[in-house]
Write a protein that binds this ligand. Sequence first.
Ligand code: ATP
Ligand code: MG
Length: 382
Amino acid sequence: MAKYGEIALKGLNKRVFEEILVKNIKKSLRGLGEFGYSRMQSTLYITPLGAADLDGAVDRLTKVFGLGAVQRCVKLPKDFSVIVKEGIPYLENSLRRAATFKVEAKRSDKRFPMTSPDIQRELGGEILKAYPRLKVDVREPDATVLLEIRDDGAYLNPERLKGAGGIPVGSSGSALLLLSGGIDSPVAGYMSAKRGVKINALHFQSPPYTSERALMKAEALAGKLTEYCVGVRFICVNFTEIQESAKKRCPEEYLTVILRRLMMRAANALCAEYGCGAIITGESLGQVASQTLSAIACTDKAAEFPVFRPLIGMDKIEIVDLARKIGTFETSSLPYEDCCTIFAPKRPKTKPRVSDAEKIEAAFGYGALIEKAVNERTVKDF
Ligand code: ATP
Ligand code: MG
């Protein structure tokens, strides 16, 4: 049972969100077996139609944005003695580690002869008989056993897993994530996808300053993100010529911010081309010299789309925790060279001025270089 999160509260356009959610679920369960789908109120029933990898399916479902909870359950006939006989052994796994439990019953099929309190009492008694070491605790049980009597059967499930939350990927349109090989930008991608954004990831490489390995690392991160992002388009742009040219022509202290402005210009072109409504970065205020308020303001002036920085208020420790949770931390921690660090001046200006940046840029023709780099991009779909 996949239970809707926030979209359960949507009004007239709930259907639109639902359709995207179901499409995303089907895509994420690909390769794990055949499943049947049926909807009732704010619950989607996903039933294996034959052999299927159910552990894998549950794991993937907990990564689908838009779901508030995922409940693995067994469907039984609506006959209390059968529920006891076939259902109780099914609880073994989740009750093994518990000292206390409670039963919660919901009866939407009012023709079922027992009331919810009856079911709770009787089923609780049968569980105590089967597992005599357990105790009932209705306030803070270690395990909660749920039984839902619905029109089409009795659904027994021992645990409710937390869903990924958020809203379905795609329901907020698309955005272009500037994806380095670092820790921050994949997390920024995850957070944007959580709010319904479909991710196109733009990576700048600078061979021979950056290695093939650095590119593979960024690709691996895009691949990892697909678990949450339901498919990621990876776009790689060669930044070498632009960087070399900027290094020759810019005062050293302005190089960092100018390079970031040039990244934004390449991003502008790709946003237009791929129908992206925003640019996303992994910046966090004050983390490094290019992430001061002045530097961010100066960078933004070069962007033609809203720039989202979902990590803006987060500490590095919080970002790392999230990176671990979503499984990108290990890959991000591999040693790599980033195009930004290689060309980083010793003392970047922490309070760059837009007017100065504009003057410097006017002195060298970056337009053609950006156009060429963008035209020569490579694209891979994950
Ligand atoms: P990250 O951990 O994401 O690399 P960072 O803390 O290293 O971030 P910077 O190197 O200043 O910070 O980069 C800031 C942001 O600029 C990144 O989060 C990312 O969105 C973008 N960025 C940096 N380098 C690249 C790159 N090579 N390709 C694409 N985007 C990049
Ligand atoms: Mg970085």
